[in-house]
Design a protein. Structure first.
Length: 167
């Protein structure tokens, strides 16, 4: 009925990350040191009682609940309902539940019903829920993260006005 495992018996075998399809994406590329594991963690959270004056830049995810006066660059950015950001935000994915005063640039931008955005939005895909407040322009670009500058057409060149004179 019941079986008793011996202490000396090895436990379940684990595959190395490169052989395990579930963990293979956690491996760090060889050029960064073979065999090392990338540490996975949740988003960095700036709490509601925190005010940051300055720019924030990370390759990870950030959740803002407080106030930021500066630009933010991240992989994923979540602006909480109680948050206020005054500056440009740039991320692959941006979810706005609070207030943003400044330009928003992201591959995927979502304004929830509680969002308040005052500024331009440059996006690849966008979703705006009913109830969201938005003042500014919206522009779709294939790569909204590139350079942060909207491409403009070159002005037309003036034609030279050379006249042939009869001889």
């Amino acid at each position: 009925m019941f079986s008793k495992t011996r202490v000396t018996e090895p436990g379940p075998k684990t595959l190395p990350p490169e052989a395990d399809p579930v963990r293979a994406h956690d491996s760090v590329p060889a050029e960064y040191g073979a065999g090392q594991q990338r540490v996975k963690s949740g988003p960095s959270v700036l709490s509601g009682d925190l005010t940051v004056k300055g720019n924030i830049q990370t390759a990870g995810d950030v959740q803002i609940e407080g106030t930021v006066e500066g630009d933010i660059r991240a992989h994923q950015l979540i602006v909480g309902e109680s948050a206020t950001i005054r500056g440009e935000i740039v991320a692959d994915e941006i979810i706005v539940n609070g207030r943003v005063v400044g330009r928003v640039r992201g591959l995927k931008v979502r304004l929830s019903a509680t969002a308040r955005v005052e500024g331009d939005i440059i996006h690849k895909t966008i979703a705006i829920e009913s109830g969201a407040h938005f003042e500014g322009s919206v522009q779709r670009q294939e790569d909204p993260l590139a350079n942060g500058v909207t491409k403009k057409l070159a002005p037309p060149q003036a034609q030279s006005q050379t006249q042939a004179t009869p001889e």
